[in-house]
Design a protein around this ligand. Structure first.
Ligand SMILES: Cc1cc2nc3c(=O)[nH]c(=O)nc-3n(C[C@H](O)[C@H](O)[C@H](O)COP(=O)(O)OP(=O)(O)OC[C@H]3O[C@@H](n4cnc5c(N)ncnc54)[C@H](O)[C@@H]3O)c2cc1C
Length: 478
């Protein structure tokens, strides 16, 4: 502890008290993320220049101070929480965005918000598709570290598919650039892709070059309803088999729809309350959308029990409100939510829907589920009341069964949120000992003193046993 105090004082002398904050308010805010698991931190460092990051890491290595990099702290896994104390590196002030109109690329500092990047690109006729629901809060650095996805993932891909080059600092404090602002790069190991999805454990991203695509000229929205979940998922398979590629293909099960309908005080399809739905958007050139629209309407007539076309942008917004409302509205079913972002191969969709039915019956819990059908990323929300020990225990068992089943069906325990602390008990379900050893060897090679985001991913952490903050965050219930 004494060493931390000495290191912090030295860092303050080098970077100044405006950059190195030790006041209680700053330290409290940085001691938890959206998982709300509470820790403590010695200092919060808010770099004003990218070079400041190198200074922090060099000192951290010298004094062995743990450093946790933080974007906006919207991660739900505990990945940005300072589990071993030390310093929190708050990247929000590094938020510059420049659009290279000719190249169709964005040059972005890691603290820039995703929503701001999308608007800057749109103003120049370009489109940055990765769109996590948290995009008005979360940062590009956080998205790169978690390989964030969103509703557009099925057609356009996730963050990884848009990263051209990265720059930043190794855990040792050495400056590195992975790639150049060019469309091709085959010179040496692809360290850029190793950093993407590494959850802030292999380096600190300070800047990125991101690919943009032209804004789609036309968008068209369709809402379809089905008699039950297996029917909806079977219909989705028929859609993909017919080679129709919607830009968005969102599924909401019966419980999710009921929550949204109650929150909106309306029934989506009159007389059909609580039917599972698939909400689709086509996007592209006018002719592309026209062609796919015919295919989509034929599919809806054959498979859905109801469908509604949005005739105007305002009508489309009304239909999307159903999807936007459902996640927050679920809190009527419990005051705590385990939002598990699992991924299933399409061939397992129907079996998985049957498993969820069984899980609900056996656990006695509400498990509303929605997600991105075009890339298999389903959000399974296990709802419970935190003060009820029986429900809490049932939720703990349900999440274990969920992870085991997902892997048995050939899927992944996380598609976009990452491991952080919350999913550490399940890493061994997904990966063999040899695979985990290989990952640990990479971590040790790049971070020999183990200073950067220690205690995550590999050390098993039991979320249930740890105190949580009772606090309302601006993005809660979104
Ligand atoms: C309401 C809500 C909706 C969400 N919806 C989605 C969704 O649709 N899709 C999705 O993918 N996620 C979603 N998330 C999860 C979360 O928003 C994403 O994981 C996001 O990428 C985190 O960004 P952040 O800036 O908040 O990063 P933080 O939460 O601060 O950090 C996340 C991880 O990234 C690391 N990190 C942050 N910045 C850097 C950097 N510059 N260099 C290296 N490592 C860094 C941290 O150490 C940590 O491990 C949602 C969360 C909430 C609360």
């Amino acid at each position: 502890m004494k060493t931390f105090v000495k290191a912090t004082a030295l860092l303050k002398r080098k970077l100044g008290a405006r950059v190195v904050r030790t006041d209680a308010a700053a330290r409290r805010e940085a001691s938890f993320d959206s998982s709300k698991i509470l820790f403590s931190t010695e200092a919060v460092i808010c770099p004003r220049t990218e070079a400041d990051v190198g200074v922090v890491l060099v000192l951290a290595n010298r004094f062995r101070v743990p450093v946790t990099t933080r974007g906006r702290g919207t991660t739900l896994t505990g990945g940005a929480a300072p589990v071993q104390g030390g310093w929190v590196l708050d990247m929000l002030a590094l938020d510059k965005i420049t659009i290279d109109e000719d190249a169709g690329m964005a040059h972005v500092q890691s603290g820039a918000k995703v929503g701001d990047l999308q608007r800057a690109a749109e103003a120049k006729g370009w489109f940055y598709p990765p769109d996590p629901s948290s995009k008005e809060y979360c940062t590009i650095g956080g998205n790169i570290a978690c390989n964030a996805g969103g509703m557009h993932g099925g057609k356009y891909g996730v963050t990884r598919d848009f990263v051209v080059a990265l720059r930043g600092f190794l855990p040792t404090g050495e400056y590195v650039e992975w790639g150049t602002a060019t469309k091709k790069f085959s010179a040496g190991f692809n360290m850029r892709d190793l950093w993407i999805g590494s959850e802030g454990m292999l380096g600190v991203v300070t800047g990125a070059v991101l690919k943009l695509i032209p804004q789609p000229a036309e968008r068209w929205t369709l809402l379809t309803s089905f008699c039950d979940e297996p029917a909806a998922l079977r219909a989705a398979l028929a859609l993909f088999r017919a080679r129709v590629q919607p830009a968005i293909c969102e599924f909401l099960d019966r419980e999710s729809v009921l929550c949204a309908e109650r929150a909106m005080q309306t029934t989506i399809f009159p007389g059909q309350a609580g039917r599972p739905v698939i909400l689709l958007e086509l996007a592209g050139s006018k002719s592309e959308v026209r062609e796919q629209r015919a295919g989509l309407l034929a599919w809806a007539a054959a498979h859905a029990v109801g469908h509604r076309v949005a005739r105007t942008r305002a009508e489309a917004e009304q239909l999307w409100a159903v999807r936007r409302k459902c996640s927050g509205a679920m809190f009527e079913l419990g005051d705590a939510k385990l939002n598990e972002d699992v991924v299933l191969p399409m061939r397992s969709y129907v079996k998985f829907a049957q498993f969820l039915g069984q899980l609900k019956r056996e656990s006695g819990l509400h498990v509303p589920t929605f997600g991105h059908l075009a890339d298999g990323n389903l959000h399974v929300n296990i709802m419970y009341h935190r003060a009820d020990p029986k429900e809490t225990r049932a939720a703990e068992q349900a999440v274990q069964r969920l992870m085991e089943t997902v892997v048995a069906l050939g899927g992944a325990i996380s598609g976009e949120h990452g491991i952080g602390l919350a999913k550490t008990p399940f890493l061994r379900i997904q990966h063999s000992p040899a695979q985990i050893r290989a990952m640990q060897a990479v971590k040790h090679a790049l971070d020999p003193r183990g200073v950067l985001n220690p205690g995550k991913m590999f050390d098993v952490f039991h979320v249930w046993k740890h105190p949580r903050m009772d606090v309302h965050l601006p993005w809660d219930h979104k």
